[in-house]
Design a protein around this ligand. Sequence first.
Ligand code: ADP
Ligand code: ADP
Length: 232
Amino acid sequence: TAMISLRNIWVEYGDKIVLERVNLDIAERSFVSIVGPSGAGKSTLLRLLLGQEAPSRGQILLDGVPLKPECGPDRGVVFQRYSVFPHLDARHNVLFGLECAAAPLTGRLFGAARRAALEEADAMLAAVGLGDNGHVFPAQMSGGMQQRLAIAQALVKRPRILLLDEPFGALDPGIRGDMHRLITRLWREQALTIAMVTHDIEEAFALATRVLTLDKRRHDPHAPHRFGATAV
Ligand code: ADP
Ligand code: ADP
């Protein structure tokens, strides 16, 4: 059975229909790439999975239970840019990911809980290859290091689901291979279920267990949205 189920999902902004009758099941521990033209609704779909936005119609189930319209601690997200805070060094960026999940009301941990969280943050930094960069601020980091940091911040709270919106799209092609190896390793080690939006078809097929194509209704405005799914 599916971990995440989208049932007859519609997203409308005023009279503009962005997603129409989307049905999609995502299996636990799968790695799903979502490709499709600009404006097809890929980011909208990720926001739905994140719980940042509710569909106009339809239902999203997580483990068979309607998804709560909020960013739960079971979900982490990394965007193409600006996923981390510029005023916090690497260590405190990762700590923030934990504090937010552990103390959603205040966003702060104190005493022993904070010390334990800092140790977890350091371990997570090491896991993404930033072990020696705890005191470095994002502005002093390369694009690749910033994305490693964003991944650490998203994963430190041990979410089950990781949502990636063009995570490597702004990086030099030369370092994308390293990032691909990193995300593949973390996917296995942390038993993650990943949904990744990408424009890079090669990347989509290289990383994912399943590639979904989100169509835009360019030629027939009355046709329903269709997903093409390819198992690899
Ligand atoms: P993609 O990620 O595939 O490029 P998006 O999900 O970002 O597509 O956007 C799909 C369409 O929905 C676009 O035409 C976009 O302009 C529109 N859209 C997204 N969010 C809103 C919003 N809050 N209000 C109105 N239109 C929106
Ligand atoms: P873009 O500039 O994003 O490439 P187009 O000019 O091709 O957009 O499309 C016009 C509008 O149709 C866009 O605002 C887009 O969000 C909207 N659109 C795209 N896909 C759908 C869809 N499946 N259903 C309804 N509207 C859509």
